[in-house]
Ligand binder design. Sequence first.
Ligand code: GAL
Length: 454
Amino acid sequence: MKRKLGVIVSSLTLTSMVLSACSGSTPTQAPAETKTPATQNTPAPADTTKPADTPKPAATGGKVEIFSWWTGAGEEAGLQGLIKLFKEKHPGIELINAAVAGGAGTNAKAVLASRMQGGDPPSAFQVHGGAELNTGWVAAGKVSPLNDLYDQEGWKSKFPKDLIDMVSKDGSIYSVPVNIHRGNVIFYNKKILDSNGLKAPTTFDEFFATADALKAKGITPLALGDKEPWTATMLFENILLGKLGPDNYNKLWTGEIAFDDPKVKESLEAFKKMLTYINKDHAARNWQDAAQLVAKGEAAMNVMGDWAKGYFTTDLNLKPNEDFGWITTPDTSGDFMVITDTFALPKDSKDQASAKEWLKVLGSAEGQDVFNPLKGSIPARIDADISKYDVYGKSTIEDFKKSKLTPSLAHGSAAIEGFATQANQIINIFVTQGNVDQALKTLKQAAEANGIKK
Ligand code: GAL
C-alpha cells in the first residue's frame, strides 16, 4: 500500500522550523536573518525532470566514507541494512563506516567539526534537518547543494514539501532525509501497567496519578538515563510542548515567546516534579540502559524518541502492544515532535560521484523501507511500502499526517547549535539542583546570547 505524506498535516507546522533554521551564519553564532514563511504542508509539485532513462552502471574503484553516530544497540541495524543494500548495488565501491558512538551525536558532532575544519571531511555525514544543517553547515559554506540530484531522482515530488524546506536554504537543497523519528513518546511496560490496573497517562494529571500509584507499589515510575544530557533535554522539551501547546512552543524558537514566560516556569516545575519519580542511577545510564529498565520490568515508563521502539523490536525482540505500549507524552496527543536524520555532502570531499550513489540509496523507497522498520522511524518519502511497517510504524505514519509538527531542540532542528549545547548544560544542572528561577534566567540569557529574539 502506498501512503501520501503531508497532505492533511496542519498548517502551523514546519514553518517555524524553517524560520529558525534560516537564522544563522556559523555553527556557533546566531544571526537574525528571516525567511518568508513556508507554504502548506503538502507535497511539492510534481517534478518535471525525468530520472535518467537508462540506469548508469555502478561506479567502480570508488570509495565512500559514511559518517554517523549509529553504533550499537538500537542504532546500528538500520545503518547496516543500508550498507548491505549499497554494497549489493555498488560492489565496486569501497564503503567505510566511520560511525562515532554516542547517542544524539554526543561525540560524533565534535569529531565531525574537527574533521571538517581540518580538511578531512567524510564523503557524507548524518545531520538533523533544520537549524543544525542550515545555521550550521550550510551557513558555514561547507556542504554542496543537491538540487541536481533531487531533479535527477525525481525526489521533489517524493518527499513532503515541508521536509524539503527543512533541508533547504535560499532555494538550494542541502541534504537527503532518510527518516522521521517521533520524539514525544512514552514507551511503557504493558505488563506492569495492566497488572496494576493502570492506563497509560495522557495528561499531566494522569501522569502524576499513575506515577504515584506505581511508586506506592515500589515500582520505579519513570526511567531516565541522562549520562548524556540530551535525554533530559528531550524530557523537558516534551513538557514544554505539553504546557505551551504547539503554536507557542514554536514561538520559543523565533523569540516571540521568551524563556522566562510563565508557561516555561510551569514546565520547569512539572519537570522538577517528574524527576521525583525517576530511577536513582539515572546519571550512570545512557538511553538504551534506561529503555532497558522498561523492557525488563524494572521501571514502568520511559520518555524517548522512537529509536527506542527500534531497540525494543530489532534488538530485544519485544512485541509491540504485548511487551510494550506507547502513548504521546502528557498533553501532546495531537502533536508530533519531529526529528529527521538526513545526510549531507561536504563540499570538499573526495569522490563526490560515489558519495552521491550513497545518497541515492538512502533517498530511495527501497533504502528507506530497509532502514526505517529496523530503526523505529517512519520513512521520509511519501511513497514507502506501508506493509513493511509494524503496528507502531503504521500508526505513526498516520499520526504524522494529521498532527501539528514541532521541531526538537535536543535533536538539532529547533535552534542553533550554540543554544542547544547551552540548554543541555542548563538542564543538566537543573536535574541535580532543581532551581527553577536559575534555570529560567540562564535559559533566557542563553537564548539572547544566541540571537533567539523577535
Ligand atoms: C537522534 C537521532 C536518532 C537516534 C538518536 C539516539 O539524534 O536523530 O536517529 O540515533 O539520536 O542516538
